[in-house]
Design a protein around this ligand. Structure first.
Ligand code: NAI
Length: 707
């Protein structure tokens, strides 16, 4: 874990805890022991601390957080960190830390407790605890402002983004930069340590203070930041705790400020939001493990791709590939469709350039990677085809028949279908083991999820290739089974059904959307349908009506009417909302209320004022109940996969942990009681999933806290 070597007056302590030198249990103690050994050795004049391999410590081992069940435990954990770092900082010989790779979270806190910091120019430092709903709990909020001032400390702790070593050097976090490799860094650190030992005296971060002349500005910066936080709707604890802790660094002596930090850290660590974020951190890593696809399964390289269908999704998928530097052929039926598709792509890129997210050069490079075509010429040279034609089974079957003929035998054949049977497409291609679902989410170039749908015969190599490709495309790939709507849309259909029914009962489109955005969704169910296209949903319902999934699924007379009127959503300027030309701002359209009243009257539903709490409870309960079914039927490997899917596919608020984790926080007995009540009130389509009943019977949730 730790190596100690002394020579030439310098003790070098190397943290060797692969893969990222995380500060797991015992590591800090071992560093302390190493420093004590250096202090006790009269031949040692100074100590150098460095990480083995590619990086300094990238943080505290996050597993530790999952074992904290009470506030007392959390406080004790923070106390222990503080005590260790206080001990290191108190060393009577200079301690120089050498930073390369990442010094993040607890890694940076450790570095700041050392007396001097020297870093490779390529290193990065940061306090990303906020991404787990936490603040630094080992003195970071106290030492950071003493080194770099309050404004940057606020940015680092609240935005969670690391900064490069040159910026950290300019700001005072790093004392000296070194160019070159780790050997050069070590040599530089040893020379620096010798010089410090010779010069005498030690500078400890805890002894620094904000200059009296700067105190008012520092306090103003804290107040401004707090006011800014108040403007965002997200009701999070950690950003406020970070402001309070940093303010304590300005107003209190080091030990008192540290005590304040510990209290705030403990509050955050036991908060539901932090538990949710830590849960997702692990769920995302767990999701990479796929039953039947062992580690080391060969994954093919994807050098060229083709996409069939240049519509909403095909265009977004083409952009995703081009952004990753992969050349794509983009095929549609005729020149007019292609022109439309290419124009949309360019418009989307133009918007990115206008927002400063992309350079004009990068735009041209990306456009240059997308080649429009109306033929299958060149398909024999691609490594993957993604089909994104209309959601129509017969059309997709005929497309997969073509693809089986025009592509190489090892080409992956992926469908972006939202709901249709992957096995039927596999059969049509004549190359079942290469066929897989690559279900992107709208807008495909933005949403991070790739639902990877394995069919009955999909080969492990095709799955492994898809997982590797997902990473390269900047997506989070989650492998699911082949049922109607897969995981995401199968659950979504229940959520939409409930939204449609609420509308017929008297709630408004705007109110339902407001409740869900208030809950933390980026967009409500109706706003989302306007983005995705109401025609897509209508095709799905048509397929279902024809018995496509063998079960009763949501119907919406209102949505059907809108589609008949050509109101497909944003792409036609109107859907559930109306849009002024060129704008994506949804405007309430009284027509919907009129249609809803008509439908309610036809169906004999007495319209009523629906309370916001009922909207939220019904929509989230619909998700949890269907999620439980998906799980017990084995279409998702674990509850965590469902949570990852919802957070990355639909923007379910991460700080609520996903629909399954959220159900646990509501309490499964409450969720089950609601379902029973809804069944009484609304009918038999509300049936508790057997798994839910079992879990409640056993006094369990979807998750079990680690013991
Ligand atoms: P769209 O209607 O915008 O685009 C479909 C495109 O396919 C059109 O440009 C059409 O001309 C083209 N096309 C039709 N037949 C073709 C053929 N034989 N050869 C070449 N091109 C052909 O539809 P959208 O929304 O892009 O949906 C495409 C697929 O993606 C569907 O399977 C849909 O279910 C799925 N999907 C849609 C999402 C959405 O939010 N819109 C989300 C995820 C998946």
């Amino acid at each position: 874990m730790i190596r100690y070597e002394a020579g030439g007056g310098i003790a070098v302590i190397t943290i060797d805890n692969p893969p990222v030198n995380a500060l797991g249990s015992g590591v800090l103690e071992a560093i302390e022991a190493g420093i004590a050994r250096g202090l006790a050795d009269p031949s040692v004049q100074a100590v150098v601390l460095i990480g083995a391999g590619e990086t300094f410590a990238a943080g505290v081992d996050i597993n530790i957080f999952t074992t904290m069940t009470t506030r007392e435990q959390s406080l004790a954990l923070s106390d222990a960190f503080h005590a260790s770092l206080k001990n290191i900082e108190g060393a009577s010989k200079p301690v120089v830390v050498a930073l390369h790779g990442n010094a993040l979270g607890g890694g940076l806190e450790l570095a700041m407790s050392c007396h001097y910091r020297i870093a490779l120019s390529s290193a990065r430092v940061g306090q990303p605890e906020i991404l787990l709903g936490l603040i630094p709990g080992a003195g970071g909020t106290q030492r950071l402002p003493r080194l770099c001032g309050v404004p940057l400390a606020l940015d680092l702790c609240i935005d969670g983004k690391p900064v490069g070593a040159p910026r950290a050097h300019a700001a005072g976090i790093v004392d000296q930069l070194v160019d070159g490799d780790r050997d050069a860094l070590l040599a530089g650190a040893v020379a620096f340590a010798r010089a410090r030992a010779k010069a005498g005296g030690i500078r400890r971060t805890r002894d620094l203070s904000i200059a009296p002349a700067d105190v008012n500005a520092a306090l103003d910066a804290c107040d401004d930041r707090r006011a800014q936080l108040g403007k965002t709707a997200t009701p999070l604890l950690a950003p406020y705790a970070a402001v309070d802790a940093i303010k304590a660094a300005v107003t209190l002596p080091f030990d008192a400020g540290s005590a304040r930090e510990r209290e705030l850290f403990a509050d955050c660590l036991v908060s539901t939001e932090s538990r949710a974020l830590v849960h997702l951190f692990f769920a995302e890593r767990e999701a990479a493990k796929v039953p039947g696809v062992p580690k080391g399964t060969p994954a093919r390289d994807i050098r060229r791709a083709a996409i069939v269908g240049a519509g909403t999704m095909g265009g977004g998928i083409a952009m995703t590939y081009a952004n990753a530097g992969i050349p794509v052929l983009l095929k549609d039926m005729d020149d007019a469709a292609l022109r439309r598709g290419m124009a949309t792509i360019r418009r989307n890129y133009d918007a990115s350039v206008a927002k400063g997210r992309m350079t004009a050069d990068a735009l041209e490079r990306a456009m240059g990677l997308i080649t429009p075509t109306t033929s299958y010429d060149g398909f024999d040279a691609v490594d993957i085809v993604v089909e994104a034609v209309f959601e129509d089974l017969a059309l997709k079957i005929s497309t997969f028949g073509d693809l089986g003929r025009v592509t190489r035998h090892d080409c992956v054949l992926a469908s972006n279908t939202s709901t249709l049977d992957i096995d039927a497409l596999a059969h049509a291609s004549g190359r079942s083991s290469n066929v897989i679902g690559h279900h992107f989410f709208s807008p495909a170039n933005v949403m991070k999820l790739l639902e990877i749908v394995r069919g009955r015969d999909t080969g492990p190599e095709t799955i492994a290739t898809s997982q590797k490709l997902a990473k390269r495309l900047g997506k989070v790939g989650v492998v699911v089974g082949n049922c109607f709507g897969f995981v995401a849309n199968r659950m979504l259909l229940q959520y939409l059904r409930e939204s449609y029914l609420l509308l017929e009962e008297g709630a408004t489109v705007a109110a339902i959307d407001r409740v869900m955005t208030g809950f933390g969704m980026p967009v409500g169910p109706f706003g989302m349908e306007d983005i995705a296209g109401l025609d897509v949903g209508a095709r799905i319902r048509e397929h279902l009506r024809a018995g496509g999934a063998g079960t009763a699924w949501p119907e919406s007379a209102i949505a059907n009417r809108l589609v008949e009127m050509g109101r497909f959503g944003q792409k036609t300027g109107a859907g559930w909302y109306r849009y002024e030309s060129g704008s994506r701002t949804p405007l309430v359209d009284p027509l919907i209320d009129t249609l809803a009243s008509e439908v309610s009257a036809q169906r004999g539903i007495a319209r009523r004022a629906v309370p916001d709490e009922e909207v939220l409870a019904r929509l989230t309960t619909a998700l949890a109940n269907e999620g439980a079914r998906v799980l017990e039927e084995g279409y998702a490997s674990r509850a965590g996969d469902i949570d990852v899917i919802y957070c990355y596919g639909f923007g379910f608020p991460r700080y609520r942990g996903g629909p399954m984790f959220y159900a646990d926080t509501v309490g499964l007995p409450t969720v089950l009681a609601r379902i029973r009540e809804y069944r009484e009130r609304f009918g038999d389509y509300w049936k508790p999933a057997p798994l839910l009943e079992q879990l409640v019977g056993a006094g369990r949730g979807f998750y079990r806290l680690k013991e």
